[in-house]
Design a protein around this ligand. Structure first.
Ligand code: NAP
Length: 342
């Protein structure tokens, strides 16, 4: 009889998580109760925020408790339903975690239309990361035609979308990424104006050369030495949506070689810089408009996307490690079961 494969947080990592912290186990597949549905996971999304959920400390969202299934968004197919809205065969997106089957509340699902785009995009360009890019850039970055927008982790799930929306808004777009092929991809395939590798020795000089008119919007995804190089290039009234700080997530090393807070604060004052952190859910009311805009942009080719799909739940932990050190090429997904929509 088929069983549920699931990955449990058994120990909190200090640094890079591995199989000693995240254990795969099998369990019986549960039956849905009234108002619930049984889902079969097709694609599991791997996202940097998951690293924070493994920690004991307080954050903007609850931690995963030891012994619980690791949290995560997934695109699934309904196997059985005791909820009036859902029928076997429907495709949905929900936060059902790192497991091959899940019983969830039927009110917590969003329908995925396989005719609109590949169903996996509901976890990427047409899902949470795409929405993060859209909401953060448009609400906080407010890019104006002719301005220079710099985006860190430029080839990733969020960064690739930020840069393409900024291009649609008429901006000069400069990406920052950690590999030559990632830089080439965002320039040649996605239409960014330039991209700089932050691992180059002369990265600050290269970034300055790529931004001859300074920086009007810096979409912060990483922190660390990228932020450090950006500070001296910020223009008057520039905006910095702070979306993520992945360089700090494993928390084992100091992200900056020296204390640059005074330099940053001086730039904030003298250039009247707006820095605002956000969590995508702050802008939930914009989601329907995002879906309309992004569906059209994807359909007509204005926004392209790349996914990095690893096969099998048993490879989720190593794929997640890769995400934290930049091995992924585009939105990181785990294919847990065959995609029947293809
Ligand atoms: P992603 O960019 O697809 O993948 C993560 C990328 O981060 C890696 O490929 C790597 O690219 C880069 N990276 C890893 N370690 C780094 C380091 N030490 N210094 C600089 N870059 C590093 O991931 P994503 O899903 O799009 O997420 C990007 C950021 O957005 C993350 O910080 C994430 O937490 C944040 N986020 C925030 C929200 C929100 O609501 N605020 C929502 C979604 C995502 P390189 O090879 O280029 O280094």
């Amino acid at each position: 009889m088929e069983q549920n494969q699931r990955i449990i947080l058994v120990e909190r990592p200090d640094g890079m998580p591995d199989e000693t912290h995240l254990k795969m186990e099998t369990a019986a597949i549960a039956e849905p109760g009234e108002g619930q549905v049984l889902l079969k996971t097709i694609y599991l999304s791997l996202d940097p925020y998951m690293r924070g959920r493994m920690n004991a400390g307080p954050s903007y969202a609850p931690r995963v408790e030891l012994g619980d299934v690791m949290v995560g968004g997934a695109v699934s197919q309904v196997v059985a339903s005791k909820h009036p809205e859902w029928q076997a065969g429907d495709f949905v997106v929900t936060r059902s975690g790192w497991q091959s089957y899940a019983v969830v509340d039927g009110n917590r699902l969003r329908r995925v239309d396989p005719k609109l785009a590949a169903i996996s995009t509901a976890l990427g360009v047409l899902g949470m990361p795409g929405f993060t890019a859209y909401a953060g850039l448009l609400n906080i970055g407010k890019p104006q035609p002719g301005e220079t927008v710099v985006v860190a982790a430029a080839s990733g799930a969020v960064g690739q979308v930020v840069g393409q929306i900024a291009k649609l808004k008429g901006c000069r777009v400069v990406g920052v990424a950690g590999a030559e092929d990632k830089c080439k991809y965002v320039v040649d395939e996605l239409g960014f104006d330039a991209c700089v590798n932050y691992k180059s020795d002369d990265f600050p000089a290269q970034l300055a050369a790529a931004c001859p008119d300074g920086i009007d919007v810096y979409f912060e995804n990483v922190g660390g030495r990228v932020l450090s190089a950006v500070i001296g290039l910020l223009n008057d009234f520039s905006r910095m949506p702070v979306c993520g700080l992945i360089a700090q997530y494993n928390g084992t090393e100091l992200p900056l070689e020296h204390n640059e807070l005074p330099k940053l604060m001086r730039a904030v004052l003298t250039h009247r810089v707006l820095i605002r952190g956000f969590i995508q859910s702050d802008f939930q009311a914009d989601f329907p408009q995002f879906l309309r805009d992004m569906s059209e942009w994807v359909r007509n080719g204005d926004v392209k996307y790349r996914e990095d799909v690893v096969q099998g739940l048993e490879n989720a932990v190593s794929a997640f490690q890769g995400l934290l050190v930049g091995r992924n090429r585009g939105k990181m997904l785990v294919q847990v079961a065959e995609d029947p929509s293809r």
